[in-house]
Every structure is written in C-alpha cells, then in structure tokens.
Design a protein around this ligand. Structure first.
Ligand code: 4NP
Length: 163
C-alpha cells in the first residue's frame, strides 16, 4: 500500500481506461526522473463494475504503442484513500463529485482535476474514451502525457525534488 514520501492516486469512473493510463505514464516519468523511491502511485475508479479487471485492451494497446509499461487491476475508490494519498487527481467533474460525495463533510484540498495541469486544455476534463475508437485513447494519452509532465514538475518544486 501507500508508504512512500509522496502518494498519488489517479481516479476515473471504471479504472480501466483513463486513470490506469495516467498512473502508468506518471510512474514512467517518475522512473525516468530517478524519483521512484519517493513516490507511491496508484489508480482507482469511483464505480464498481470493473473491479479486479485488467485495463481495457485499447488502453493496453495505446500504452504499448507509446512505450509505457502498464500493470494494474481495477479497484474502487475507498474513503480511506482520502488519508492515504497526498494527491488525488481526478479525470473529470463527475469523478470529482463522486469522490467528494464520500468525504464525510470534510473539505479536503488535495483533490484536483488532471487538466488543471494541461497547458493546452480546450476543456477541464479528460474525455471518457470508453465508447469511442482507438483514436480517442491516443487523444487521452496525449492529454495525460502533457498533464503528468506538468504535474510532476509542480510536485518536484513543491517538495524540493531534483529531476
Ligand atoms: P474510465 O472509462 O472511467 O476511463 O475507465 C470507462 C470505463 C468503463 C465504463 C465507463 C467509462 N463503463 O461504463 O463500463
């Protein structure tokens, strides 16, 4: 479980498309920066319909095409995650509302939308690619690639990490 200096959780709805890809890309950048020992990275979904499943085959295909290893089994967000993770990064506003609905009235300030870190954002949401084709997954990859770059830079500054 989460026992590193900085614990990051990416959240979407099903935990088979967007958030496992965000987790994989971010973990890859962390490793490239020599910061693996500093970070615990995980992902989950607010829904329960894919618990225990591997990522969607299109997620696996896009990760492989872009040279990013991906290894995850879907799990559902749990209210313990509020305390276990320093940063909870959600993909869209619906995920944000689903997560904050479980906060027991606490106004946590460590839940953020992924695309607040996307300098090219035409929307504040990472679009759900589930009902579309493979091009939608590559679009999500490109969004997450930009966003996780900026997110890692921001954490590096915040925590005084050298990368
Ligand atoms: P994700 O995409 O939230 O990015 O994992 C979805 C996966 C499954 C479903 C919806 C979105 N679904 O309805 O089963």
């Amino acid at each position: 479980m989460t026992r590193k200096d900085i614990n990051v959780l990416f959240v979407c709805l099903g935990n088979i498309c967007r958030s496992p890809l965000a987790e994989a890309i971010f973990q890859f950048k962390v490793a490239e920066s020599g910061l693996t020992e500093k970070f615990y990275v995980d992902s989950c979904g607010t829904g329960d319909f894919h618990i225990g499943e591997l990522p969607d085959e299109r997620t696996l295909k896009i990760a492989e095409k872009n040279g990013v290893p991906i290894n995850h089994r879907a799990r559902q967000f749990d209210s313990d995650d509020f305390e276990l993770f320093n940063h909870i990064i959600v993909m869209d506003k619906s995920n944000f509302n689903n997560v904050t609905a479980l906060d027991g009235g606490k106004k946590y300030d460590h839940i953020e939308l992924m695309r607040t870190y996307d300098e090219n954002a035409d929307s504040i949401e990472v679009p759900d690619p589930y009902w579309g084709g493979l091009d939608g997954f590559q679009n999500v990859y490109d969004i997450l690639d930009r966003s996780t770059d900026n997110f890692l830079n921001s954490l590096s500054q915040k925590y005084g990490l050298s990368n």
